[in-house]
Design a binder for this molecule. Structure first.
Ligand code: COA
Length: 235
């Protein structure tokens, strides 16, 4: 196990299938309604509209460990932040901010101009992070989360502030960070004009998930909105 103290570098790269076990472990530590491992495999291997990133800590011996991840669904010009989490031992180090900046810049490269997400009303840490990026609360989904019927706040960022992202992502800080320009694996076709989401609903990714409702799909939260924008809210 790498600790924040023994971490000598931090890399940001696209998630791979072999990362899923570690990513799932972070999800379980982070959410009361975790996605399934299968849903992550789907996001990595099959969902053309999905852009999945990890932050990887590396120590002086060259060992590495996934310490954060984000899943962003890109549909046409909209980037839906479906999931973001940082391992509890590595929080408050700026990793979540950098991950979000990387993911959104990647989405911008694929055609995104705006972004939205859902967040639990009580998740003030995450809301603070999103507000820093310019997200604003534009609506409430009352009783949205199936475990405790907590409300979801719908937050949007329109337009995505690219200059702000560039300020954060290139400085992403520690020695060994992989510059955005060198990031392999982007899928520019995903979410570009002409892409056809299955439901035709912006932001919907019906085959992945709704936490809590459809076990194989990994959706966090409520069922009724499955297939509808916002069906898989991050907490
Ligand atoms: C939300 C989360 C991803 C943030 O990751 P992180 O790496 O700790 O965040 P950062 O260190 O990059 O912090 C970025 C900013 O977020 C805000 N923030 C993060 N943690 C905070 C806290 N405990 N209290 C207040 N603000 C906080 C601050 O504005 C912070 O900036 P600052 O450090 O300059 O004050 C992380 O807390 C997490 O994984 N939470 C559990 C999963 C979750 O809730 N995901 C979001 C679902 S909507």
């Amino acid at each position: 196990m790498i600790s924040p103290e023994s971490m000598s570098a931090l890399r940001f790269r696209h998630m791979r299938l072999e990362d899923v076990e570690q990513v799932y472990a972070i999800d379980v530590l982070s959410f009361s309604l975790p996605w399934s491992e299968r849903s992550y495999r789907f996001e990595v291997g099959e969902n053309e509209n999905s852009r999945v990133w990890v932050a990887e800590a590396v120590d002086a011996q060259g060992y590495s460990q996934i310490v954060g991840m984000t899943v962003i669904w890109l549909i046409l010009d909209e980037a839906h932040v479906a999931n973001i989490a940082v391992h509890p031992d590595f929080r408050h180090l700026g990793i979540g901010r950098k991950l979000l900046a990387r993911g959104l810049l990647d989405a911008v490269a694929g055609g995104a101009t705006q972004s939205f997400l859902e967040v639990r009303r009580g998740n003030l840490n995450a809301q603070t992070l999103y507000q820093e990026f310019g997200y604003e609360v534009v609506g409430v989904r009352v009783g949205y989360y199936s475990d405790n019927r907590e409300d979801a706040l719908l937050m949007t960022l329109d337009p995505i502030r690219v200059d702000f992202l560039r300020e954060i992502a290139p400085q992403a800080g520690m020695p060994g960070d992989t510059p955005q320009a060198e990031m392999p694996g982007a899928t520019p076709q995903a979410g570009m004009p002409g892409a056809t989401p299955q439901t035709g609903v912006p932001g919907a990714t019906p085959q992945t998930g709704v936490r809590g409702a459809t076990p194989q799909t990994g959706v966090r939260g409520a069922t009724p909105q499955t297939g509808v924008r916002g069906a898989t809210p991050p907490e």
